[in-house]
Design a protein around this ligand. Structure first.
Ligand code: 3PG
Length: 391
């Protein structure tokens, strides 16, 4: 696939899809990682004399204008980070936007309004895709975080313009692609999170590729119940008990090391004031629930992580947002930070955990994708990537 480096951009109008879907609290950005990660592409385009037209979604406004989901705070933050003005459009298509694009000089930057204010965006309406395409001479997709969505500004537009990847997209695809296609071994995958059903495909695919698969978080109780252990009030996907048993069998058949928690932190309430105890697997009392992996499990997982050449981590080991339930996730994050092996954090909650424990800069790669990195690790093709072409 071509990247922005492989095409002429000087004097061209370049429509760059970014993922500025950043967390906001009271209108203020609480984590600007996704904006900072697009700076290499934007600076490259500025330095090479392009007219830069940025487009992104924010939240899920469902095709309507939602004031709190405007991209104005993102434009302001980007302007600070670039050290130059960033014009902000109040719409994403139409005559006013066309006029603003017309006025751009080489090296200028314009951020369009939230593309999800238009019903055609998520429907991947060709009419909207054409309207986006009319604004520009070239499409650059740098929105790895939205690459699993086949929307007008991620997929549709690529059918009407020459379409190449941006530098963040290129980096994400190369790091994740190399890791999974030709992994250094031992390769350890750590899978957590709350629901088995969200992680079935990723566990399945990583069981094929990795040497060790370590399971934690809410989804581990389904595995325990499937094996006949008492789990009290712990989370459980009762429809997925067979799937869980299937994975245990698959691991045996493939000779893979598939580890489940051997001890568990339990609580009698889902709050920081709860009574907390530690029990061996199978010993969760009726009115209690599992909230974290226990100390023996943590030590075992940490040892495996430290002896790995490649570690891919997706999903927390417990309810890390609540301090007394956060030790398992923290110790896994610490082991990832300490290992000599290459560590990839698969976006979303695990990235937030690494951030919370101030370990983010010790990881080799933290993906800007949540759903996108998950689908990539499931071995699925991402529509926003497939659509890139050499036209
Ligand atoms: C994300 O935050 O994972 C991406 O921005 C995609 O957002 P979406 O799940 O609303 O499509």
């Amino acid at each position: 696939k071509k990247s922005v480096r492989d095409v002429e951009v000087n004097g061209k109008r370049v429509f760059v899809r970014v993922d500025f879907n950043v967390p906001l609290e009271d209108g203020k950005i609480t984590d600007d990682t996704r904006i900072r990660e697009t700076l290499p592409t934007i600076n490259y385009l500025i330095e090479h004399g392009a007219k830069v037209i940025l487009a992104s979604h924010m939240g899920r406004p469902k095709g309507e204008v939602v004031e709190s989901m405007r991209l104005t705070p993102a434009a302001e933050r980007l302007s600070e980070l670039l050290g130059k003005p960033v014009a902000k459009a109040d719409e994403a298509v139409g005559d006013a936007v066309k006029a603003q694009v017309e006025k751009l000089n080489n090296g200028d930057v314009l951020l369009l309004e939230n593309v999800r204010f238009y019903p055609g965006e998520e429907k991947n309406d060709p009419e909207l895709a054409k309207q986006f395409a009319e604004l520009a001479d070239l499409f650059v997709n740098d929105a790895f975080g939205a690459a699993h969505r086949a929307h007008a500004s991620t997929e549709g537009i690529a059918h009407y313009l020459p379409a190449v990847s941006g530098l963040l997209m290129e980096k994400e695809l190369s790091v994740l692609g190399k890791a999974l296609s030709n992994p250094e071994r031992p390769f350890t995958a750590i899978i957590g999170g709350s629901k088995v059903k969200d992680k079935i495909d990723v566990i399945d695919n990583l069981l094929n590729i990795a040497d060790n698969v370590l399971i934690g978080g809410g989804l581990s109780y389904t595995f325990m119940k499937a094996q006949g252990y008492e789990i009290g009030l712990s989370l459980c996907d009762n429809e997925k008990l067979d799937v869980a048993l299937g994975f245990i069998q698959k691991a045996k058949d493939l000779g893979k090391n598939f580890l489940l928690p051997v001890d568990i932190v339990i609580a009698d309430d889902f709050s920081a004031n709860a009574n907390v105890d530690i029990v061996e697997v199978g010993n969760i009392p009726e009115k209690w629930e599992g909230v974290d992996i226990g100390p023996k499990t943590r030590a075992k997982y940490a040892e495996i992580i430290k002896n790995s050449k490649l570690v891919v981590w997706n999903g927390p080991m417990g309810v890390f947002e609540i301090d007394p339930f956060s030790n398992g996730t923290r110790e896994v994050a610490e082991a990832c930070a300490q290992t000599e092996g290459y560590t990839i954090i698969g976006g979303g909650d695990s990235a937030a955990a690494a951030e919370k424990f101030h370990l983010a800069d010790k990881m080799d790669h933290i993906s800007t994708g949540g759903g996108a990195s998950l689908e990539f690790m499931e071995g699925k093709a991402l529509p926003g990537v497939v659509a890139l072409n050499d036209k």
